[in-house]
Design a protein around this ligand. Structure first.
Ligand SMILES: C[S@@+](CC[C@H](N)C(=O)[O-])C[C@H]1O[C@@H](n2cnc3c(N)ncnc32)[C@H](O)[C@@H]1O
Length: 252
């Protein structure tokens, strides 16, 4: 044990690193306030607004920026309508509804792990989105029920830190989204926001252990996940206190 070969040391190191983001992959089986209808209602009628304190711009603004990045207007064709968007971890649908209302995607599929959140999202969308093409489905980001390259774009707001395995989740997102056009520098297929530790204090990569529903250590911890999931390019779009917004894409 004292004299590990270099290869063994390397292997040990990479396993240890992976454990940082997959520390509690069984967390989905633990009780979560998101799984009750009351939790879903409390989330959209107050709790989500508190995200402003973390640096989140607010649901409408977040949806606006998301649409601008994933479906940018072009001089030659003005407002393009893209075929489809999957909104992963839609929660009660308060960001999703503004995405749907933008009518920039011919079809929006909203997905959440908890049926309580899906139910609430259906109510929100039925109430606020007339004549829109959307569907709300229960599903797990770690094992998405869609065929490869089903969606033109995938979004997820404030979701990743709640997933049991962010790397598995991002790999699944990459699998179900179409590749981007390398020659179009505005063609980004994935956009997501999540929560990072607003004040690191004395915490370092070595001493901080991430688990579900806990902020990531910092932007590098989040970008490690994107890299490990196989995306070719990524960029931090915005950062403010605990808020980070990242776009990512891969090529054929
Ligand atoms: C903080 S909420 C974000 C909701 C919404 N997108 C927003 O911006 O307010 C995180 C959501 O992630 C969902 N979630 C947790 N684990 C998941 C999983 N394995 N697959 C998909 N969604 C999951 C939760 O049910 C919850 O609705």
């Amino acid at each position: 044990m004292q004299h590990l070969s270099n290869a063994k040391k390397k292997k040990k190191k990479s396993t240890a690193k992976r454990k940082v983001v997959e520390a509690s992959s069984k967390s989905s089986s633990k009780f979560s306030p998101f799984q009750t209808k009351l939790g879903a209602i409390a989330y959209d009628s107050g709790y989500r607004q508190l995200f402003r304190l973390l640096g989140y711009p607010g649901c409408e603004k977040e949806a606006e920026e998301l649409v601008t990045i994933l479906a940018p207007e072009r001089d030659e064709d003005g407002k393009r309508i893209l075929s489809s968007l999957l909104d992963v971890s839609c929660g009660p649908g308060i960001v999703t509804k503004s995405i749907v209302e933008s009518k920039r995607f011919a079809k929006v599929v909203a997905l959440d792990y908890f049926e309580s959140m899906c139910e609430r999202a259906r109510e929100t969308l039925e109430r606020d989105c007339d004549n829109c093409n959307y569907e709300v489905l229960q599903g797990d980001v770690s094992a998405l029920q869609f065929a490869d390259a089903t969606f033109e774009k995938v979004s997820s707001t404030a979701g990743m830190h709640c997933w049991p395995s962010p790397v598995k989740g991002m790999k699944e997102i990459k699998r179900v989204v179409k590749p981007s056009d390398k020659n179009d520098r505005n063609d980004w297929s994935v956009l997501f926001s999540t929560v990072v530790l607003p004040n690191r204090g004395d915490k370092t990569k070595e001493t901080y252990s991430w688990e579900t529903n806990k902020p990531f250590l910092d932007r590098e911890a989040v970008l490690d996940i994107v890299r490990e999931s196989g995306f070719d390019e990524y960029e931090v779009v915005r950062e403010d206190r605990a808020y980070i917004l990242v776009k990512a894409r891969y090529f054929r």
